[in-house]
Design a protein around this ligand. Sequence first.
Ligand SMILES: NC(=O)C1=CN([C@@H]2O[C@H](COP(=O)(O)OP(=O)(O)OC[C@H]3O[C@@H](n4cnc5c(N)ncnc54)[C@H](OP(=O)(O)O)[C@@H]3O)[C@@H](O)[C@H]2O)C=CC1
Ligand SMILES: O=C(CO)[C@H](O)[C@H](O)COP(=O)(O)O
Length: 462
Amino acid sequence: MIGLGVMGRNLLLNMADHGFAVIGFDKDTEKAKALETSASAGTRVKGVVALEEMISQLQRPRRVMMLVPAGKPVDDVLESLKPLLEPGDIVIDGGNSHYTDTLRRVTATKEAGFHFMGVGVSGGEQGARTGPSIMPGGDQEAYAHVKPMLEAISAKVDGEPCVAYLGKGAAGHYVKMVHNGIEYAIMQLISESYRLLKAAGLDNDQLHEVYKKWNEGDMQSFLLEITADIFLQPDDKSGLRLIDVISDKAGSKGTGKWTSQDAMDLGVPATVIDTAVSMRTISAFRDERVQAAAIYKEPKIPVPADQQLFISQVQDALQFATIICYAQGMAMLHSASSALDMDIPLPQALKVWRGGCIIRSALLGTFYNAMQQSPGLPNLLLNATVADIIKGKEHNMRAVIVQAAQAGLPAAGFMAALSYFDAYRSEKLPTNLVQAQRDYFGAHTYQRIDMPGSFHTSWQHH
Ligand SMILES: NC(=O)C1=CN([C@@H]2O[C@H](COP(=O)(O)OP(=O)(O)OC[C@H]3O[C@@H](n4cnc5c(N)ncnc54)[C@H](OP(=O)(O)O)[C@@H]3O)[C@@H](O)[C@H]2O)C=CC1
Ligand SMILES: O=C(CO)[C@H](O)[C@H](O)COP(=O)(O)O
């Protein structure tokens, strides 16, 4: 393992726990030593400070994994490995690399004679240590060599490993990118639900109870579970709850933005993901928001007095919108699979996400069944079971948006989800007017509903 940070160190110790003899490389002697001291008793873990020493001790074909920051560090590691590797050796990039970088590296390393695989890993620190969700793609021959180990260290759901071969080329990193886009979107929706519930008067203890209860039902998910926990965390510096002293400026490393950018390139609407990315961006404009808050006062319409009813409406709205996030992400994978020649097995991607990863949720079982029934399904919203859930939540979704809009509470993610739904389920959209406008000013032509072909009109000024 190259890169003994949060993910690399924990994943390596996980491998050791499953009986594999492992070596970790770090330039820093202390970090290399710390790896050995943190290993479980009886495991075979070695920390080294020279890459040559690590490579020379590996069995052939050598299996080298890196978990370093995306971008230049991955290229640097590859450069330093090149003179040390032999034909047939396997290099795995387990980080959040952009899939186009992975494609470039696959080609470059093939010329050098060794295998390069992009493998998405999700689960954070704890998941890496005890069982992450793993998304491999690319070279099938190389995958056969690492499959037993990846299956051993992955999370398990109903005894099945949360790892599967997810397609050609950079499919592993592509699926991980979309996973992160969905992650951004669901986190945004949960944060909006938090804002709405706070406006209805809930304190941190009540918020904890609400999210805990939601997490016990059919909405069960990792993100709801940690959300419930967050409201109870005390702050040792202020004596307040930690959530109340955390700045509202949210950071990001880019995978959500990449998902949105790629959705645009593919021509697949991923509006909740786009909104989540934009909302993180607007969160960074703190100074301007403070100025704007002084100019534009919140409307004086409170959210309704019936707190229990409102909580149940928000619960339904959150589930409705969360389903839309998965539907948009899966529609993207459906399209990318053929457009980018990756042959992504969509049911397998859902199966891999059922455990270990940040977006794991009880809903994944329903989605997996939907995709198993019809693997070519372009959108989860077209599945009958999913449609029944959506129809059951639709009324409350609308009710929450009306109340959020009247109270002046930001709920862009919820609104994006409903707007997408309303457009997707519309047999007729008003975009006939857009076509007329394009032809009017730019002679871009239009199609008619009553006969085939392209038409242009010399539009009259009236
Ligand atoms: N943290 C998370 O929850 C998740 C992270 N990821 C992805 O996994 C990758 C690693 O993330 P994470 O473990 O959190 O990051 P960390 O910053 O914790 O660790 C990165 C490690 O890479 C090492 N490193 C950096 N540059 C080089 C280099 N050129 N050569 C050798 N080693 C290098 C660092 O060493 P040093 O400290 O000495 O510089 C450090 O040990 C990233 O791509 C990240 O996006 C994926 C899933 C979840
Ligand atoms: O890949 C992950 C989880 O699946 C990482 O935690 C990722 O870094 C989160 O993205 P960001 O830092 O942009 O919020």
